[in-house]
Design a protein around this ligand. Structure first.
Ligand code: PLP
Length: 390
């Protein structure tokens, strides 16, 4: 084999980008229908019927490109929702519809940062932030979240900002993987730091409707200078992951810049899915409450079972995840997760995927049935007890 000719070499930084540890565990489950799946962060509910019907009808009307920024109807529906749910005043011109929150996060980062810029990400945090930051040539810098509430260590955050040239901070409450829900005081304190150091704040609020204790506080409510970009999505709220509809609200100039970039990234979101999203945001919200109640019951069950097994690592107050502390067995959570799939038929996400603060933890997704969660935790406890040297 000859070396790749230098002119045709792929981007070295992209080649070096690590694969998601969650994917690695998922790969071990292919072709096995006996595995209890607790690794995927995807609602196990189907999209409510009235949303599906609206999409079917829209398909007969129009299936074309839309404006880069999304349809006027959906941008208006999002602006209304931001007022109703988040207490934010947004004009439809300040809203961009995207292909899921993923596309909103990526295009916003692309619009904000240049090569080598620092972006602060939570640790533990959703690994995709780091991949996106690498893809736009920026540098991910961590700030720690602390158990049991998984709120940020404000002194450490202040120090991380002072010690770096970070221009952006990503916040994610309710959080994946922690289930942490930041209080109003914490959110306001983080916003004060952002103002003091003049940072952009990228606020990922995709789990905003899944709060069981406390309340969701959009950082934008504490923003007097247009530094917050608010991002959310239909994926989790309406069990619409595959429809790929997300959105962002930013100050007008930034929103228009992001909309311009969208031409080169995705052109526009799916036309029919945007009609479905209008029905989701404008239609009855009963299903949102029903799903929240189901996740709440599963959270309670998981917390009780983890506590009884001596494995609880902080009580999640929102989203649909819980950590199990397996550090009594090992800190090599990838090895633990591999062993758990192959020998005990349970798939979980290894903590090391989310950052050093999740060392010794594995993440359970509560987007599975109560029976699966209960049996999954029993088997995790069994493996902790059986682990060599534990
Ligand atoms: N943000 C967080 C924290 C997530 O956990 C996820 C999905 O798992 C997303 C964003 C992606 O959402 P979407 O399906 O809207 O792209």
């Amino acid at each position: 084999m000859t070396d790749t000719p230098t002119r045709r070499r792929p981007n070295a930084a992209m080649l070096a980008m690590p694969r998601s540890g969650i994917r690695e565990i998922m790969d071990l489950t292919w072709g096995r229908d006996d595995v209890l799946r607790l690794e995927v962060g995807e609602p196990d509910f189907t999209t409510p019927g009235h949303i599906v019907e609206a999409a079917v009808e829209a398909t007969r009307r129009r299936t074309g490109y839309t404006a880069n920024q999304g349809t006027a109807q959906l941008r208006e529906a999002v602006a209304d929702k931001l007022g109703r749910v988040n207490g934010l005043a947004a004009d439809p011109d300040e809203v961009v519809i995207t292909v899921g929150a993923v596309n909103a996060l990526f295009s916003t980062l692309r619009a904000l940062v240049s090569d080598g810029d620092g972006v602060l990400v939570p640790d533990p945090g959703w690994p995709n932030y780091r991949s996106m930051i690498a893809m736009v040539g920026a540098r991910a810098l961590s700030y720690p979240l602390l158990a049991p509430t998984w709120e940020p260590d404000l002194d450490a955050l202040d120090a991380a900002i002072r010690a770096s040239d970070a221009r952006v901070i990503i916040v994610n409450s309710p959080g994946n993987p922690t289930g942490g829900v930041w209080s109003a005081e914490t959110t306001e304190a983080v916003m004060r730091l952002a103002a003091e150091h003049d940072l952009h704040v990228l606020s990922d609020e995709v789990y905003e409707e899944m709060v069981f204790d406390g309340a969701h506080h959009s950082p934008k409510r504490f923003d007097a200078d247009g530094r917050v970009i608010t991002i959310s999505s239909c994926s989790k709220t309406y069990a619409m992951t595959g429809w790929r509809v997300g959105y962002l609200a930013a100050d007008r100039t930034l929103a228009q810049t992001i909309a311009k970039l969208q031409e080169a990234v995705v052109a526009c979101p799916n036309d029919v899915a945007q009609s479905a999203a209008v029905a989701a945001l404008r239609g009855p919200q009963d299903a949102v409450g029903e799903m929240r109640a189901a996740y709440h019951a599963r959270r309670d069950l998981a917390v009780a079972a983890l506590r009884e097994a001596g494995l609880l690592a902080g009580e999640p107050r929102g989203a649909f995840y819980a950590f199990a502390d397996v550090s009594a067995a090992t800190t090599d959570t990838m090895a633990f997760a591999r062993g758990l799939v192959s020998d005990h038929g349970v798939s979980v996400a290894p903590g090391e995927t989310f950052g050093p603060q999740a060392a010794g933890l594995v993440r359970l997704s509560l987007a599975s049935s109560e029976d699966t969660i209960a049996e999954g935790i029993r088997r995790i406890a069994r493996l902790v007890a059986e682990w060599p040297g534990a």
